[in-house]
Design a protein around this ligand. Sequence first.
Ligand SMILES: [Zn+2]
Length: 297
Amino acid sequence: MSRPPALTRRASLLAAAGALASAFQARAAAPARPTPSAASHPADAWPLAAPVPGGVARLPLGPAPVRPMAFAGEVPLWVDGDANGWTAIVGIALSAPVGPAQIVVRAPDGAKRTLGYTVKPKRYVEQRLTVSPRKVDLSPEDLARHERERAHQQRVMATFSEPFASAADLPMRAPVPGPRSSSFGLRRVFNGQPRAPHSGMDIAAPVGTPVVAPMPARVIDTGDYFFNGQTVWLDHGGGLLGMLCHLSAIDVTVGDPLAAGQRLGAVGATGRVTGPHLHWGVMLNRTMVDPALFLVA
Ligand SMILES: [Zn+2]
């Protein structure tokens, strides 16, 4: 929900801007063709498989006339595909232990089977941030507010609805243009104190830049929260959710359907931030996963 200190950030912004400029020139000079990263992933391979903490496991379930149900523990999973072949798409928590893991698949007739996979190791680096002391050492009032907000967000995060998301709507589009940090999973230390790892993608953009829906969605929550600032939660179906934070403006209300690319608000600097940017979280089975797995690089 925060971004690196200004100097580091500015340096990386300049570097990213330079990279974008040269990529644009290269594209202008060459004949138009799909980007290699998009071409190498067929539509049914989104999101990209990355069976690591903070990543996504894709588990083939085989053909079946009706969509099977699958669960991680008690939590239902996004199952994509059709009668020719279904795939369970499993979000893996940043806190997940490395090693064997499993899901439960339930056929329409009630028959259950377990399906194993392996969580592979991934090392995330540490990020040190300096923010307002009030956003780290919470007053009793702020702590009570945060606890209320957390309980509310947990209800929002439990949303699991039909129609399910469709991989045919992937890859997602970036909710704002701009340099994307690769800060997902960073182990964060605020003012010298360890806190939860960074569970989304930060995209640098000026205050007021329009924020759009990354794929078709329904608005399931809007609010102004202590850490996340002005926030919109999106339901893409089947437990695939999106969270857009630190907004300066919210243009939608709960229940609104959104097409991919439709405006929902504007970039801001509300909540626990060191400057204006969009924090974008993507959630599968109540687990924040790396949004980069849903985007063309
Ligand atoms: Zn962030």
